[in-house]
Design a protein around this ligand. Structure first.
Ligand SMILES: [Zn+2]
Length: 563
């Protein structure tokens, strides 16, 4: 007995798990996967689709069932077109993992997975990724990725002769297409109006959304990579004011991050989040609209000659921006980054990053506080000559870890959320941390102005600050940003903007600051930036449109006449 057992043991050594296999055909596996995706990965889509339907009505459940069938059948068709015995497992494994991540962020932050969101994900740097990997992601991944992957691993795909396999596949595709059409016909009216009135909900159909968006991004990247950016403003040259300047001129453009106008003290927020700027002679513009709801869109757009007013992503990404035009006219342009790069707008121009400078005491774990942007500024001012534009790209209020954006002495609004995962904080704590980060931006800008002012005797300097987009802080249960522009709430598109100019700068630019102050409530957009920079620095080109230069009405040219 003992003997036979011990001799039997080595033969049985393959574990119970490895003996546990699920024999199935490719079509059976795809069917299970399609139903799994329809039910497990599409809860945000289903709740959007059922919005406004009465849950007590039987018709609502019929509608929901038809939508689930539609989702499952559509995903089945798409997968059945590419899956074979050999590609089945890698394909499904990839889709399972992608869906698990996507559903987590969609449910948590109300995110829509369109091409820009996928671009954001692909360009995320290590620091950003670390902050988004919250502990709560783990149980979600165990349930929606690890468990399905384990099952998939144990599937043994049943082999069929080639001809038979092809016939079965065609039959399965036909049935799925019929199911698709039948489901669509039963709910055509409400479904069509949903898709027409809320086009953005299609970005919730998972994993189809991610695959579609990934395809769109790859297609545009390969097209973009094939040809260099189109040069613009080839006629750019210094204007007549350049000859009248007696001192070097430096304009500092601070591109803010995720600061929203609604929480900006200077624009009337109930809390004073900008105490230092409030005590300085700055002009605060209170009605400024961003071009996009995320950095990937806003950044290239705000430097383009035509942005949101006739938005064309291909044209914007395919062309140079205002920095190249200014450089062409002889402005010394330098980009300093404290975030994830300049998204192409400083390509080929002088640039550096705060991380690389490793500003003492300001950096840890690959992230630096925004004061690092000012590192070496005094030396730059001492050595200034000619006309310069310095662009400082902030980390600003980059979420969700607002509390990591400011040093301890700015933790004035308490209790502040000090968790990378916002779900562990109350709305009040989240807003407190967000506002503290604004206090720190206020400090950085005031610090910058004081350094510029200290050198005002030798350099004519000015500062223009504008944020790239806003942020949702729990309104309508939305967090962070990146909503499709057409349906984005104001908190994501209304941004703060501030101008400061030394007396010398105003004189050299022919700028009447009190006149500009009277225009501080005008509606201004990111579209104005391109033309206003040309105007303030007096660079002439046929691209310049005075009606998009918010300073035009308040400037005089070299001859003393208003422009
Ligand atoms: Zn941004």
């Amino acid at each position: 007995m003992m003997l036979s057992m011990s001799s039997a043991q080595p033969v049985q050594a393959p574990s119970a798990l490895s003996r546990f296999t699920i024999p199935a055909t490719v079509e059976q596996v795809l069917l299970v996967a399609a139903v799994f995706f329809a039910l497990a990965a599409n809860r945000p889509f289903l709740s959007a689709a059922l919005h406004g339907h009465d849950r007590a009505e039987p018709a609502t459940w019929g509608f929901a069932l038809a939508v689930v069938v539609l989702l499952a059948a559509a995903h089945f068709v798409l997968m059945a077109l590419v899956a074979s015995r050999w590609t089945l497992k890698p394909l499904l494994a990839l889709l399972i993992v992608v869906s698990a991540f996507a559903t987590y962020y969609m449910a948590r932050y109300g995110i829509y997975f369109d091409a820009t969101m996928v671009r954001n994900v692909l360009r995320t740097d290590v620091g950003e990724a670390r902050e988004l990997l919250a502990p709560a992601l783990l149980p979600h991944l165990l349930l929606y990725a690890v468990l399905p992957l384990l099952l998939l691993w144990r599937v043994r795909v049943i082999n069929r002769p080639l001809l038979r396999a092809a016939l079965v596949r065609l039959g399965a595709l036909a049935i799925a297409i019929v199911a698709c059409v039948a489901a669509l016909l039963t709910v055509f009216q409400p479904f069509a109006s949903l898709m027409r009135n809320h086009r953005e909900v299609r970005y919730l159909i998972t994993p189809g959304n991610v695959v579609w968006a990934l395809g769109a991004v790859l297609a545009s990247e390969t097209r973009g990579a094939a040809k260099p950016r189109e040069a613009i403003g080839l006629d750019a040259k210094p204007g007549p004011l350049w000859a009248t300047r007696t001192k070097p001129m430096l304009l500092v453009l601070v591109v803010g991050e995720t600061a929203r106008a609604a929480n900006w003290g200077l624009s009337g927020y109930a809390r004073q989040t900008t105490p230092q700027l409030a005590s300085l002679p700055v002009i605060n513009f209170s009605d400024v609209t961003s071009c996009g709801t995320n950095t990937e869109v806003s950044l290239p757009c705000m430097f383009a000659p035509v942005g949101r007013r006739d938005y064309n992503e291909g044209r914007i990404r395919g062309s140079e921006g205002v920095l190249h035009v200014l450089a062409r006219a002889g402005v010394a342009v330098h980009w300093r980054d404290n975030q994830s790069g300049c998204k192409g707008v400083c390509d080929g121009l002088s640039n550096d990053s705060v991380q690389a400078l490793n500003a003492p005491g300001l950096c840890s774990e690959g992230r630096c506080l925004d004061e690092g942007l000012l590192y070496g500024l005094d030396r730059r001012l001492q050595q200034a000559k000619g006309t310069q534009l310095l662009v400082l790209h902030q980390l600003g209020n980059h979420g969700p870890s607002y509390f990591r954006r400011y040093p301890q002495q700015f933790a004035r609004f308490t209790p502040a959320c000090e968790n990378d995962d916002l779900q562990f904080c109350s709305r009040e704590q989240i807003v407190n941390a967000y506002d503290n980060a604004l206090l720190y931006t206020d400090h950085v800008l005031a610090q910058l102005i004081s350094q510029l002012q200290a050198h005002a005797g030798s350099v004519d300097s000015g500062l223009l600050y504008v944020s790239d987009h806003g942020e949702s802080l729990g309104e309508n249960r939305l967090f962070l940003h990146g909503m499709p522009y057409a349906i984005a709430p104001d908190v994501q598109t209304k941004v703060p903007m501030v101008l400061w100019a030394s007396d010398g700068f105003a004189r050299a630019a022919g700028l009447d600051l009190s006149c500009l102050r009277q225009h501080a409530r005008d509606a201004i957009a990111h579209d104005h930036l391109f033309h206003t920079l040309l105007g303030l620095l007096d660079v002439r080109t046929a691209l310049y449109e005075p009606r998009w230069d918010f300073s035009a009405a308040c400037r005089r040219d070299a001859a003393g006449a208003p422009r």
